[in-house]
Design a protein around this ligand. Structure first.
Ligand code: FAD
Length: 116
């Protein structure tokens, strides 16, 4: 590792964090209990407060207020998260992601075996 690799910059932190969040969505129950639904909601709210990129955190908290967290099923939460990620993509001028494919990217794997 070069000195520039550590501590993590906003990009590395972001990439790794999205991996964690989408992976949590991928393992979230297909039919969550009310406790599981409130756990994920509380987790996302606390995450948005504690995320160690303060400008990112501030915008993400506003997004959560505007677009209420939907988590009545795995697919619903995965789509909500995908839309939240797309909002950040737009802000940064990155291409948006086709949310109908979130499970292929983060749960089942692409049919051709790639993982980007
Ligand atoms: P990333 O955006 O990190 O994406 C990683 C991979 O996820 C992509 O390669 C793609 O395969 C997949 N992917 C892309 N879009 C989606 C989607 N919509 N749904 C599912 N999968 C997808 N950076 C800033 O500079 N300013 C900010 O305000 C900011 N806010 C952030 C807020 C949060 C909550 C997080 C987690 C990160 C934030 N970041 C912010 C970091 C930023 O989103 C990127 O992570 C970083 O710029 C690196 O981008 P990347 O091109 O490697 O791909």
């Amino acid at each position: 590792a070069t000195p520039k690799d550590c501590p993590a910059d906003v990009e590395t932190l972001g990439r790794n964090t999205w991996t964690l969040l989408h992976s949590i969505a991928a393992t979230y129950p297909t039919t969550p209990t009310t406790t599981e639904q409130s756990d994920i909601t509380n987790f996302m709210r606390l995450f948005a407060k504690l995320y160690p990129c303060w400008v990112c955190a501030e915008d993400f908290q506003k997004y959560i207020e505007k677009e209420k967290i939907r988590a009545q099923s795995r697919d619903e939460f995965g789509n909500w998260l995908c839309e939240a990620h797309n909002e950040v993509n737009k802000k940064l001028g990155k291409p948006t992601f086709d949310c109908s494919k979130w499970q292929e990217r983060w749960r089942t794997g692409w049919k051709d075996g790639r993982c980007d």
